[in-house]
Design a protein around this ligand. Structure first.
Ligand code: ZN
Ligand code: ZN
Length: 296
């Protein structure tokens, strides 16, 4: 009974978010802070769950990890999402208007269809961007996320700012959609991704793990051997990995890269410039040390 209750926790949170946005008053929908408030509230709930339902003792939160996660949560919600909006979403929306693109069929679709549309569009883009990162020099922006040596609720927000920007790009702004449906989809994606990084010991129903990314699938993506990270790319919709043949079953409890070398925030910020710095060093005639994680 207790096990069944816990296994329904994640699906129940998705349902609660959907109900919340489908009945939210207009003033809440129009307030840009509502979607952030829901994201932070759900993140805090999962962090509390980590205290009572620990998955691995090796992932137990300690002061430095907590402060790092806090830094990235502030960076993401306070800076990255604003930059994303100004540099990507707003110009795309303007281009759509200038070109006279309309998708009234989307706007007049039922609420749940619009939510599903946003989830699929966002995740499809994230999947290919993430896969590209693992198979090209763009890896240098993504590698800091793979240098985390333990998984926790907020770890999905930890990474180089360039990567956080790139992986958040989407073409959702090209669609005419209800604001509440868009926000609902973003909160659902956030909760799934939060659980997929969380140190929480709970199982999910089989149908849920077939569609959505779980901690089992995502921890495998954080495996120590670099080549083993080339699977389970979908941040939240693991169904996409199943469709494109990159899904792998299993779980990893030891995570990290470069022999599990933990990076400081400064190291995470400068990591993408390592190849450039190594080249400059070599040019100056000094011996160039190995530049860190192997590039793809
Ligand atoms: Zn990755
Ligand atoms: Zn991750």
């Amino acid at each position: 009974m207790k096990r069944t209750m816990f296994s329904l926790l994640q699906p129940a949170m998705l349902v609660l978010i959907t109900v919340f946005w489908s009945i939210a008053p207009a003033s809440w929908i129009d307030n840009p802070f509502t979607v952030t408030a829901v994201s932070i509230t759900t993140l805090l709930i999962v962090q509390v769950l980590e205290l009572f339902m620990e998955r691995h003792a090796g992932w137990r939160m300690y002061r430095l990890e907590f402060l790092t996660d806090l830094f990235y949560a502030v960076l993401f919600f306070g800076v990255i999402s604003g930059v994303e909006d100004s540099l990507a979403e707003a110009p795309l929306a303007s281009a759509k208007q200038a070109l006279g693109i309309t998708t009234n069929w989307a706007l007049h679709s039922p609420f749940l269809v619009q939510v599903a549309l946003v989830i699929v569009v966002v995740e499809f883009g994230q999947y290919w961007m993430h896969r590209l990162m693992h198979n090209s020099p763009v890896w240098w922006t993504h590698a800091p996320h793979h240098h985390i040596t333990q998984l926790n609720a907020a770890k999905g927000l930890v990474g180089n700012p360039l990567e956080l920007f790139l992986v958040s790009l989407s073409v959702v702004a090209l669609f005419d959609l209800r604001k509440d449906a868009t926000f609902c989809a973003f909160n659902i994606l956030g909760v799934v991704s939060t659980f997929a990084h969380a140190n929480v010991r709970n199982t999910v129903p089989r149908w849920y793990s077939y569609i959505f990314t779980t901690i089992e699938a995502h921890s495998l993506h954080h495996s120590v051997p670099y080549l083993d990270t080339r699977c389970n790319y979908a941040n939240s919709l693991i169904l996409i990995d199943r469709v494109f043949g990159t899904f792998r079953e299993g779980e990893a409890c030891v995570v990290g890269q470069d022999e599990r070398q933990r990076l400081s925030i400064l190291q995470q910020f400068v990591f993408p410039f390592r190849p450039l710095l190594a080249m400059m060093k070599a040019k100056r005639g000094k011996s160039a040390p190995a530049a860190g994680t192997m590039s793809p």
